[in-house]
Design a protein around this ligand. Structure first.
Ligand SMILES: NC(=O)CC[C@H](N)C(=O)O
Length: 273
């Protein structure tokens, strides 16, 4: 194989699959939208790919809790395939609904390879309603290849069940083991310290994204695929004059979210091609 191949799952209410495929294709991968049933039936084989992306959306209408049913489907049908995929050094990305799935299926937090046991949860936002907003994020040092050379960034969130919850001892362990990848911050770059709206959902310790012990499984609530061009930023009309002055590419420079996908694809290229 001379190209990095990625699966982006779709079906049953997942809805950011086209955008996620676009971001991966833009990053130099060959991404394919694959229906959940194609993977479960074995028609499409996971071992032919390097990256599995679980995009955002409302799988099974968030019935029984966001990501619960898809998590269960994957666990019952694909557990050995997922284990082999992880042990082969490949990469899994869960965005928003995908993050909820990874937590439900027990692939995250995945302490020291302990998968398929649910240890944490993404529960209803403290504000009591679905929240659609841009947030500031701070990247913490982890083994996660996705955040190479990124310290902070802005991304949009849109979810009703994004509050990261874990018992105190697990939270402490996640920080100690460097598995907390992303935290909500203020526009000045300080931690949000639980305060709304900078922390949009009441997530404990401002957690917006975590990775497993290997760093190769990442889940995050914000949507990097929704910021692949600066034109998607709400203040782009005010920013565009400065792009012109700096001679940045026309019609706009890439959005900060694209780098996350590029980092993952570059990591896989270095290891598999
Ligand atoms: N944007 C999304 O992926 C939404 C996630 C989930 N359906 C929620 O509302 O929490």
């Amino acid at each position: 194989m001379c190209v990095i191949k990625a699966i982006v799952l779709y079906g049953y209410g997942l809805n950011c699959d086209y955008e996620t495929k676009f971001a991966l294709d833009q990053s130099g991968a060959e991404a394919q939208r694959v229906h959940i049933n194609e993977l479960i039936s074995g028609e499409v084989r996971l071992d032919r790919y390097h990256l599995l992306a679980l995009p955002g959306g409302f799988s099974w209408g968030d019935d029984h809790g966001a990501g619960v049913i898809l998590g269960l489907r994957l666990k019952m049908a694909l557990r050995p395939d997922l284990e082999a995929f992880i042990h082969a050094g490949k990469v899994i990305l869960g965005i928003c609904n995908g993050f909820q799935v990874l937590v439900n299926v027990g692939l995250l937090p995945g302490l020291e390879g302990g998968y398929f046991q649910r240890q944490a949860a993404l529960i209803h936002n403290d504000c009591g309603n679905f929240r659609d907003a841009w947030v500031n994020l701070r990247v913490r040092p982890t083994r996660c290849p996705f955040f190479k050379d990124i310290e902070q960034l802005e991304l949009p969130i849109r979810h009703g069940e994004g509050k990261f919850y874990a018992p105190d001892d697990l939270l402490a362990e996640l920080f100690a083991r460097k598995q907390v990848a992303l935290q909500y911050a203020t526009p000045q770059g300080d931690l949000a310290q639980g305060r709304f709206p900078h922390n949009p959902n009441g997530s404990l310790r401002d957690i917006a994204g975590i990775c497993d012990a290997t760093g190769r499984i990442l889940g995050l609530m914000p949507h990097p695929e929704a910021f692949v061009s600066e034109l998607q930023h709400p203040t782009w009309t005010r920013r565009k004059e400065s792009w012109r002055r700096q001679g940045l590419p026309y019609p706009a420079p890439p959005g900060a979210g694209l780098k996350i996908f590029q980092n993952a694809v570059d990591y896989l290229k270095a290891h598999f091609l």
